[in-house]
Design a protein around this ligand. Structure first.
Ligand SMILES: *[C@@H]1O[C@H](CO)[C@@H](O)[C@H](O)[C@H]1NC(C)=O
Ligand SMILES: *[C@@H]1O[C@H](CO)[C@@H](O)[C@H](O)[C@H]1NC(C)=O
Ligand SMILES: *[C@@H]1O[C@H](CO)[C@@H](O)[C@H](O)[C@H]1NC(C)=O
Length: 320
């Protein structure tokens, strides 16, 4: 009997010390619904999760690296959840693992790795950085550079920590206090279950260095209709970021207003001489367009140097 108790205690001590650490961030803000659902479910899955995200909406900030210029907030945070005059960084009153920082997604990662984790979390190094799920898809290289969600992941990857970015097909910027419930058809809950599923595979398998995964979810649950159960458990589909269909940001002139208007454009097969990765894979944007309840999964590296054959081709044309 005694022996069983001791063994049980030893088991739990080993499990606790083996808990993997996940640094969780996003660009929609620390109080947005999807990140709070992901926090809840990753924690329930047994991970040591530390959430550090912007105090306000920072979509489209890419890798911009903002550092607060005052000790307190000069304007209120998103959803008025943090008031003007509050500290520039702080945690939830009832949870010391949930932090906001008055910065961009990229600078939130640095704040966590350079200050918060060394000072308050026993200098732990995260096993993985997870960003999102974002409100809105992040597909193709144009959004790789522009998205704050992506900014968070590449700022971790170039420091040697693997990272996954998750993006959902929902553009509503919702506050967790309004929108986080436990309903099965809530997209926040469907996405966060899938976040846990993929995170577990990556943590158990071990990711190669300087590598990230870009994940884009289709419309699910209530995003398809109030009682539409047709996509409550989207399938994974392995693809690539480039490929036949590439989605970019563009603009056009509006002669009525005399202004430029923001838009997006689909480029067909621009990587004609593809020699990076598996050129036969379907582009993530094409997977998304098919809208068949598939989640695109693309692996990328932040070693932006080109492949050996392309390097040699250009070296030769330069006469070096
Ligand atoms: C969008 O977000 C707002 C702010 O949280 C929320 O009040 C509203 O219910 C959301 N709308 C939908 C359709 O989820
Ligand atoms: C639908 O999704 C699956 C992934 O489960 C994929 O293999 C298949 O090619 C997709 N169908 C179409 C028409 O794209
Ligand atoms: C892309 O263009 C190249 C060169 O024109 C061609 O060989 C290739 O088959 C095209 N790929 C697709 C998927 O259309």
């Amino acid at each position: 009997m005694k022996c069983t108790i001791v063994l049980t205690l030893v088991y739990y001590a080993i499990m606790a010390s083996a808990a993997k650490t996940i640094l969780l961030s996003n660009d929609d803000g620390w109080a947005s619904t999807y990140i709070r659902a992901a926090y809840r479910d990753l924690k329930d899955a047994g991970y040591n999760v530390i959430l550090v995200a912007p105090v306000s909406q920072r979509s489209g900030y890419g890798g911009k690296f903002d550092v607060p210029t005052s000790k307190t907030l000069e304007t209120e945070g998103e959803f008025s959840y943090v008031k003007k005059g509050a500290p520039s960084w702080d945690h939830e009153k009832d949870d010391q693992n949930i932090w906001y920082f008055n910065g961009t997604p990229a600078s939130c990662i640095s704040f966590a790795l350079d200050y918060l984790l060394p000072e308050k979390f026993d200098n732990v190094t995260p096993d993985l950085v997870v960003a999102g799920p974002n409100e809105g898809p992040n597909l193709s290289p144009g959004f790789y550079t522009a998205s704050g969600t992506m900014g968070a992941v590449y700022n971790a990857i170039y420091r040697g920590i693997p990272a996954i970015s998750f993006s959902g097909s929902d553009f509503n910027n919702s506050f967790f206090k309004d929108s986080l419930d436990d309903s099965k058809s809530n997209p926040a809950n469907i996405y966060s279950k899938k976040v846990v599923e993929l995170t577990k595979k990556v943590i158990d398998g071990g990711m190669p260095a300087i590598t990230g995964i870009n994940v884009n979810f289709p419309k699910v649950g209530t995003l398809l209709g109030k009682d539409d159960p047709s996509c409550d458990d989207p399938k994974w589909q392995f693809g690539r970021m480039m490929g036949k269909g590439v989605f970019v940001q563009n603009m056009k002139y509006n002669s009525d207003s005399g202004l430029m208007e923001w838009g997006t454009k689909y480029f067909d097969n621009i990587s004609k001489d593809c020699d990076s990765g598996d050129c036969g894979l379907t582009a993530e944007y094409d997977i998304y367009l098919k809208n068949n309840c598939s989640t695109s999964v693309s692996v990328f590296t932040v070693d932006y140097d080109t492949t050996l054959s392309t390097s040699n081709t250009v070296k030769k044309l330069l006469g070096f």
